[in-house]
Design a protein around this ligand. Structure first.
Ligand code: HEM
Length: 212
């Protein structure tokens, strides 16, 4: 099936709208006294940005299985878009924490990094995402070649760390982290199954780019 005409627009809406909406809701809640983000807008905005980071991670990791199963090769080029969206939302989630939540309080940051393990795991997740985002350009793919493929295997570590961070931070409702754990298990499980199938000579579709 060819790419639907509306798809590129849909991708830009999906990627560009949620973040600014969360920031606009926070500004509106503080300046206009609205309650878009409920009674604790700082915390709610932080949680929303963390959740959107996970959504884009799911989208980025789902592209290859969906492409192969459905034969939608046109989807492949959006994998990088969703991967970069995950990184930028993760970065915004961190900046929200640093600037809005703890308001650049160095002592609080040091305290969090020594006493709250989920914050350390969050940091580790973002640190692992950084080299992936920095090497997502065509030039980097061409320059690093096989090392790019090896480096980008880190993409499987990101959801694992992100999910651990979520489970460690969750207070009451374990439904969402349980749901995302199942989705990531399915996506990573499919890759493992597919890689085994390829090595035993059952592959049908050739990959279109490194680590596809
Ligand atoms: C420097 C990095 C990070 C810091 C400092 C950080 C900090 C936080 C904080 C303070 C919370 C709120 C916990 C609470 O009070 O309930 C949170 C929740 C969360 N974070 Fe992070 N985080 C970081 C990176 C990440 C990354 C990279 C991801 C995704 C891959 C992520 C995903 C989440 C999720 C899904 C939640 C929970 C949302 C919910 O409960 O609805 N975080 N994080």
């Amino acid at each position: 099936m060819g790419r639907p005409r509306w798809w590129p627009w849909a991708v830009w809406v999906i990627v560009l709208v949620p973040g600014p909406l969360v920031v606009a809701a926070l500004v509106s809640d503080f300046v206009l006294g609205t309650r878009w983000l409920g009674s604790n807008p700082v915390k709610e905005g932080e949680l929303l940005l963390g959740q959107w980071t996970m959504k884009y991670l799911v989208a980025a990791l789902a592209i290859t299985p969906v492409r192969r199963i459905m034969g939608w090769n046109w989807l492949q080029k959006y994998r990088r878009t969703f991967g970069l969206a995950a990184f930028f939302y993760g970065l915004t989630h961190f900046l929200w924490y640093a600037l809005v939540d703890i308001q650049l309080d160095g002592a609080q940051l040091a305290d969090d990094l020594t006493k709250r393990t989920y914050i350390v795991v969050g940091f580790a997740t973002l640190v692992v995402m950084l080299p992936l985002a920095l090497t997502s350009t065509r030039a980097a793919i061409a320059r690093l070649r096989h090392r790019w493929v090896t480096l980008h295997r880190l993409v499987y570590v990101v959801p694992v760390l992100g999910i651990v961070h979520w489970w460690m931070s969750v207070k009451a409702d374990v439904g969402p982290p349980a749901f995302y754990s199942a989705v990531f298990a399915l996506l990573l499980g499919w890759r493992w199954w597919h890689a085994r199938r390829e090595t035993s000579g059952h592959a049908t579709t050739p990959p279109t780019s490194p680590s596809a």
